[in-house]
Design a binder for this molecule. Structure first.
Ligand SMILES: Nc1ncnc2c1ncn2[C@@H]1O[C@H](COP(=O)(O)OP(=O)(O)O)[C@@H](O)[C@H]1O
Ligand SMILES: [Mg+2]
Length: 294
């Protein structure tokens, strides 16, 4: 598939801070591309330059080989942050108002059906739950039947059920052929939805590939995970080089048999033992020495 959107050496400065520093990547038409990084990494600044909302201080952005223009504006859909919703109006009114901006709007009832919003059409937008509001914002982004969709942290603050629900919606949009650029600080979200991921930190891309390829390139070991109470720090740290996160102890090992043998020898209870593959959270920690969610 051809490249739909290409950024080269993108730069954005705010005073002495370089928020986006020489960022380059290409998005393949029909794919889902994820910018993954912690708060302050420069994701929103990058996506807003690509949307044409912020002016870059350097670098170029090309949509279908040309600078952003009329065609881009007609073919792009942007999921706004919830603060952009007007108070005191119904879901149907919001959608209707929004559809007037575009010559080729989707049918509002069809969109409402598709995003499970039908029963809320007459409702004041203030009364929507977090998940319903995000579905409305996604439906609004789809109103011009976009070829490329921009989603900036689409599920931040949602409960796990609503998050999963929104992932399904995004996957459906994708299945119908739209290209998606999303930003997130949830590694599960990037892993679940994206074909390609660029990991950002301090305005730079520090790794970029398909999620599984990123993991395969950096790791050939697994994590043996136990409850922290089963493997006390005074044993876990010296004996296994274990890392403690929340209530669990993580042992990174290339030899699971040997690790389990050692645990048994030390009479460590294995009732809560879990073996997992390394994930993007581990990769971020490996690359930066910090956790993704801080
Ligand atoms: N309008 C602005 N003025 C000054 N600094 C800004 C502005 N917008 C963003 N920043 C700074 O730029 C950096 C990147 O921000 P942002 O792109 O919002 O990161 P992310 O979306 O990854 O959390 C942060 O340090 C942020 O404080
Ligand atoms: Mg942001």
């Amino acid at each position: 598939m051809p490249t739909i959107l290409q950024v080269s050496n993108l730069i954005k400065r705010f005073g002495s801070l370089t928020a986006v520093n020489q960022v380059s990547f290409e998005i393949v038409e029909g794919s889902c591309f994820g910018l993954l990084g912690p708060n302050g990494a420069g994701k929103t600044t990058t996506i807003e330059m690509m949307e044409g909302i912020k002016q870059p201080d350097g670098g170029t952005i090309r949509y279908r080989g040309k600078p952003l223009g009329e065609q881009f504006r007609n073919e792009a859909g942007i999921m706004f942050q919830s603060t952009a919703l007007q108070d005191f109006i119904t879901v149907r009114e919001v959608m209707r108002q929004f559809s007037r901006f575009y010559p080729h709007s989707a049918n509002i009832d069809e969109l409402a059906d598709r995003f499970a919003l039908h029963e809320f059409l007459g409702q004041d937008t203030r009364k929507l739950s977090g998940g319903q509001k995000q579905r409305l914002l996604l439906a609004m982004a789809m109103i011009n039947q976009p070829k490329i969709l921009f989603l900036d942290e689409p599920t931040t603050g949602l409960d796990p059920q609503s998050r999963r629900n929104l992932w399904d919606q995004v996957q459906q949009v994708r299945a119908q052929g739209a290209t998606i650029l999303l930003t997130t600080h949830y590694m599960e979200e990037a892993y679940e939805l994206c074909d390609e991921i660029a990991i950002m930190d301090h305005g730079r891309i520090i790794a970029h590939d398909a999620p599984d390829a990123l993991l395969a390139a950096h790791f050939n070991d697994v994590v043996v995970q136990l409850h922290a109470t089963d493997l006390p720090r005074e044993i876990g740290e010296p004996e296994f080089d274990a890392v403690y996160r929340n209530d669990s102890a993580h042992i990174v090992t290339g030899d699971v048999n040997q690790t389990v043998e050692n645990l048994l020898r030390l009479d460590i209870p294995l009732d809560h033992l879990r073996i997992r593959a390394r994930d993007l959270e581990d990769l971020f920690l490996e690359l930066t020495g910090r956790e993704l969610r801080t």
